[in-house]
Design a protein around this ligand. Sequence first.
Ligand SMILES: [Zn+2]
Length: 283
Amino acid sequence: MIKFGPAGNSQIFYDSGAKTSLEAPKWCNEHGLTAYEYSFGRMFNMSHEKAKMLGEEAVKNNVLVSVHAPYYINLANPSEESFQKNINYLLTSLSYLKDFNGNQCVFHPGSCGTETRDVAFGRLMSRIDRLLENIYSAGYGDLYVCPETMGKSQQLGSVKEIVEICKQDKCLIPTLDFGHINAVTGGTLKTADDYRKILDYVYNELGDFKTKNLHIHFSKIEYTSKGEVKHLTLDDTVYGPEFEPLAVVIKEMGLEPTIISESKEKMMEDAIKLKQIYESIGG
Ligand SMILES: [Zn+2]
């Protein structure tokens, strides 16, 4: 089944009387949402005991929780020491994902720094084997690690790069962030065909299972020639992209992704809107 949910909690959640993320699965369930993303973007700010409680709430409320690993992970960093640390941040993220009873962990693959894109991406690719060894030997081979398409031109994570990474193992599934893709390509996502090209490419390169079970981030995003500037809400009429043509292609291809709304401040409201848009499409 296709799943919709927010990346974290918006003000309406707290206005409804909720106090902590432990109540988020119940809130999502009451609003027809079956996914929820918890971000450790800036730090690991939760005990494992609490995380397990959230995991129980998730199961009870039929909500699948995903994890966003720290934003500072950069698998292309020239320093070996930093690479080891980054592996550990990912393993810690996966340990929380287990607590949450979820199965998809999103991460940002890295950036070019002062190097050329080829050099930085080459180093990242040469390290995937070691990353996988660590994931499997820590016992997380049954989870999905989902590198994300990124929104700034200096970041690694074009659609092609993410597909190359995901070819390396069955546990690697793309996170397609369509707001990022639109921002970094200067607003190229307009029609159903624009989305279809990307999803057909992923299907041809990675096959049925990974395409069907994609992790998707969706929000409208302001951009310049260097890419992403900031996340917007679905109310924006300037930057896009629009969700409806994507929903048409998802339905047409029979995909069952997890779709996370990353709208600025209104991720819960907009997750509900995304679901409504999807459901309003015939066929
Ligand atoms: Zn992200």
